[in-house]
Design a protein around this ligand. Structure first.
Ligand SMILES: N[C@@H](Cc1c[nH]c[nH+]1)C(=O)O
Length: 373
């Protein structure tokens, strides 16, 4: 089957969820994807300036422009539960020579439906079915839950600044380790001098250029200064106990078959005497059971990783990627997850509604099928 035939097959599966077809704005104000993409996607955004000199971006996915439309619809006073389906173009600078900058995502976004283990499992099963209908047998599924790490942080009862710093650090690869290392030693004198300067952002810029240190990772100087201030506050608040460090390091490492995830996390919480985590773990357990009931093959293919889920920072619960033979780990054939806080964020707090969605990538599935033929 050629690309367009796979698009049609995937689309037919996705449309069994009902809903309205949509093809929203191609171009977004750049700050929306810049703020809501994780480092990996942020580095791959297609950004340009328009005639006003304003930074704009080609949509890197459909979730953002669809959610933007939905936030506007709700802000205009409309409500209810809504499902949108699409087979539409997205734009990212390729990670590999065989990926294209412009590619089609076939998927759906659902707003205002009850958030539950069943709803998560239903969405995952639908996307999994779309992959299978395209003739691709998933070689692996990676799942995460963005609610787990914050629940452990809250249960540890850390000072507020430290807890916030760690929750933010979790969103970056290697971030938690860096905070744990940094929280145990005082700020380097030249960094402390930057923070006490009249204009810390300018002082940081000078320090970096004096030392010939390039900017990497897509963060602005102002964001780096914010991070340093938070780190400073966390150190002043007493850093982290050895017990807290042990839990967080162990938590970060959890990578196990989906069916074992809840047990592994409960054991970790119990070993460290953390009483307040069971709610988040029970939600994970119910979801894992619902997924394994609907997609029995996931018992062999699906793994849970605490540290997974950083492609977009709008995710705040269940998140997954489906992998296929012959493609890199960075090239999933399907992905999705829950983002119950996104509409609130996009509307500046004017509206709120649950959100969940997922996509498949026919361009990658064509290559998997060709390689297997
Ligand atoms: N937009 C995500 C997938 C997704 C859709 N809905 C929720 N998640 C991506 O491109 O990876």
């Amino acid at each position: 089957m050629k690309h367009d035939a796979l698009v049609a097959v995937a689309r037919a599966v996705v449309e069994t969820a009902g809903g309205t077809p949509i093809d929203p704005d191609y171009v977004l104000p750049a700050d929306i994807p810049l703020e809501l993409s994780g480092e990996a996607v942020r580095a791959r955004l297609c950004v340009f300036q328009d005639y006003r000199g304003a930074d704009m971006a080609m949509r890197p996915d459909l979730t953002l422009p669809v959610a933007q439309r939905e936030a506007a619809r709700r802000a205009a006073g409309e409500g209810g539960a809504k499902t949108y389906t699409y087979a539409a173009r997205a734009f990212r600078i390729p990670v590999a020579p065989d990926d294209q900058l412009e590619f089609t995502q076939v998927g759906l976004e659902r707003f205002g439906h009850e958030a539950s283990a069943e709803a998560d499992a239903e969405l995952f099963a639908l996307i999994h079915r779309a992959v299978e209908a395209c003739g691709v047998a998933p070689s692996g599924v990676i799942m995460g839950d963005l609610a787990i790490f914050p629940a452990f942080i809250d249960a540890l009862g850390l000072p507020g600044v430290t807890a916030d710093l760690l929750k933010r650090a979790f969103r970056q690869e290697g971030g938690v380790r860096a905070v744990l290392d940094a929280a145990s030693r005082p700020l380097e004198p030249d960094v402390a001098a930057v923070l006490s300067a009249a204009d810390p952002v300018a002082a940081l810029g000078n320090l970096l250029s004096e030392r010939n240190i390039p900017m990497a990772g897509g963060r602005s100087l102002a964001e780096i200064v914010e991070g340093l201030k938070a780190r400073c506050a966390a150190i002043e608040a007493g850093g982290l106990s050895q017990a807290a460090r042990d839990v967080l390091l162990a938590l970060r490492e959890v990578d196990c078959p989906l069916g074992e995830a809840a047990g592994t996390l409960s054991a970790l919480a119990e070993t460290h005497g953390l009483g307040a985590v069971p709610g988040a773990i029970a939600a994970l357990k119910a979801r894992a059971e619902a997924i394994l009931a609907r997609v029995p093959a996931a018992a062999q293919t699906a793994r849970f990783r605490t540290g997974f889920g950083r492609r977009f920072t709008y995710y705040d619960g269940f998140v997954f990627e489906i992998l296929a033979p012959g493609l890199e780990l960075t090239q999933p054939v399907a992905a999705g997850g829950r983002y119950d806080g996104l509409l609130t964020g996009l509307s500046g707090g004017k509206v709120s509604a649950t959100g969940i969605g997922g996509v498949v990538r026919p361009d990658r599935m064509v290559r998997v099928r060709r390689a297997g033929a």
